[in-house]
Design a protein around this ligand. Structure first.
Ligand code: FES
Length: 252
């Protein structure tokens, strides 16, 4: 059991590192993409305009590059999949969250510790968590589809349906993007509003947690799955199965 516990902690460290590398990877792609866009602009506005590619072709080329880079980013992300190491995982560690599971930090200084009301900053950012079976102490981290975003918001900001599900303004959602299954890693100001939203950096999909994590920007086809919560003695637990489908709909 000690060895499994160690392996889980070690694997969580590896997962956290992978997420950081992936975030850097995505940022580099964004910068590369911006550089390409500038290069295309310079080409179409050069003194040799008569021999430059027509603007529509530059746009087509840009789209092609965007798709290519997005696919590469997604492929890198899917390389983080835990499926390949399933043979090493404890029984139950790849099962979906179960009612009664406690929620523990999946990264950072408090990794492995229970997520408490006091640990959640009002208004965000979200924390990343795994469900953990309180009977066996197995953390369900063997499937990346089990990672959860937990956020605490002002209940007055939530729409009616979302407020009904929230406990003290706390909400939980799947951390897996519904587009192509990348992890949703960012909490940033929306491209289409003045509020902060969850953002997937693979293809820039944005989700508003105040409105059931509905898609507000980008190619994601549906909202993030929601996870019902319970709060007792200041600690959070799972109150039911995911509402909605978890995971992406296309390979990238
Ligand atoms: S995987 Fe494409 S936007 Fe998230």
């Amino acid at each position: 059991m000690r060895s499994r516990s160690f392996n889980q902690r070690e694997q969580s460290h590896i997962d956290a590192l992978r997420r950081q590398v992936f975030a850097l990877f995505s940022a580099e792609f964004q910068r590369l993409l911006a550089g390409m866009a500038r290069a295309s602009f310079n080409t179409t506005s050069s003194p040799f305009e008569s021999v430059a590619e027509p603007e529509v072709d530059a746009g087509t080329e840009q789209t092609r590059r965007t798709l290519l880079l997005g696919a590469l980013a997604t492929t890198a992300c899917l390389g983080c999949s835990t499926e390949a190491r399933a043979g090493e995982d404890a029984p139950g560690s790849d099962e979906r969250p179960q009612k009664g599971d406690v929620l523990v930090f999946s990264e950072g200084d408090q990794e492995g510790k229970p997520v408490t009301l006091a640990a959640l900053a009002a208004g965000g950012p979200p924390v990343h968590a795994w469900p953990k079976d309180p009977k066996t102490s197995v953390v369900r981290s063997a499937s990346r589809l089990n990672e959860i975003l937990i956020i605490r918001l002002d209940p007055a900001e939530l729409d009616d349906k979302t407020r009904e599900r929230a406990v003290d303004g706390i909400l939980a959602y799947s951390a897996i993007c519904s587009h192509a299954g990348c992890p949703v890693t960012a909490w940033v100001k929306s491209d289409v509003g003045d509020k902060e939203v969850f953002k997937c950096m693979c293809h820039n999909s944005e989700y508003d947690p105040r409105a059931g994590a509905q898609v507000v920007f980008g190619p994601a086809p549906r909202r993030l799955a929601a996870l019902p919560l319970a709060l007792a003695d200041g600690s959070l637990s799972v109150a039911g199965n995911f509402i909605g489908k978890v995971g992406g709909v296309q390979p990238g």
